[in-house]
Ligand binder design. Structure first.
Ligand code: ADP
Ligand code: MG
Length: 238
């Protein structure tokens, strides 16, 4: 369960309109990529889905339930950030279990969930380390582990690979694809990278200045872009 719908969403910061009448349906289990240049509103849309930004008008639903006025905690989502945002004084295991602890889950159950997730991400040998003793790729995997352990209906990713070097980017990208194949969790993934979008996306949404230019399966956007803007992001090289 994890469909996401945006209905005529608008967002302004002060007098500046940054999201214009965005409507979008993401199906349960779908991997949806939001792509567009810097400043096109990708992070703002993701934060609106997460409940970290309020809409100026319009509505957001998750699992067919209107969550427009609900805070992040009451939305069944987990976010993976660009900067891993790990707690520096906590071990990997503590970082991964922290949200469950806050939610009041018994210790033994937390330990089991953390162990299972760590096994899946091959993080088991690192569980007692502090974040500073991890490589960038390992930190990003812990950050994913922290989201997975909560077993949300929807994963939200904001440029999760952008702090990794080229080789790690390919590796972690593969791990994210693998994860989606295994868990089938609805995912909304923000990037400005064409290769990431084409390899991960089942649906790609192209944003420009806070508007949707085109949304559809990768092949459709690649072969049949509606305009030169979409083509420049995803189309066949001319
Ligand atoms: P992207 O993630 O595609 O780079 P953003 O969603 O971060 O774009 O930003 C979209 C627009 O909204 C930009 O013009 C940005 O400057 C503006 N913006 C984002 N957050 C805020 C904020 N908290 N206050 C004012 N303007 C903001
Ligand atoms: Mg952004």
């Amino acid at each position: 369960m994890g469909s996401v719908s945006l209905h005529n969403v608008n967002k302004s910061f002060g007098a500046v309109d940054v999201i214009h009448d965005v409507s979008l349906d993401i199906e349960d289990g779908e991997f949806c990529v939001l792509i567009g240049p810097s400043g096109s509103g990708k992070s703002t849309l993701l934060r609106i889905i997460a409940g970290l930004e309020e809409v100026s008008s319009g509505a957001v639903s998750i699992d067919d339930k209107d969550v427009t006025d609900l805070p992040p905690k009451q939305r069944d989502i987990a976010m993976v950030f660009q900067t891993y945002a790990l707690y520096p004084q906590m071990t990997v295991a503590e970082n991964m279990g922290f949200a469950l602890k806050l939610a009041g889950m018994p210790k033994a159950q937390i330990a089991e969930k953390v162990r299972d997730t760590a096994r899946m991400l091959e993080l088991e040998p690192l569980l007692q380390r502090l974040p500073k003793a991890l490589s960038g790729g390992q930190r990003q995997r812990v950050s994913m582990g922290r989201a997975i352990v909560r077993d949300p209906s929807v994963f939200l990713f904001d440029e999760p690979l952008s702090n990794l070097d080229a080789k790690l980017r390919v590796q972690v990208r593969g791990e994210i694809a693998d994860l989606h194949r295994r868990l089938g969790t609805t995912s909304v993934y923000v990037t400005h990278d064409q290769v990431e979008a084409m390899t991960l996306g089942q649906k790609i949404v192209v944003l420009r200045d806070g508007r949707i230019e085109q949304a559809g399966p990768p092949l459709t956007l690649y072969e049949d872009p509606v305009n030169t803007f979409v083509a420049s992001f995803l189309g066949t090289p001319s």
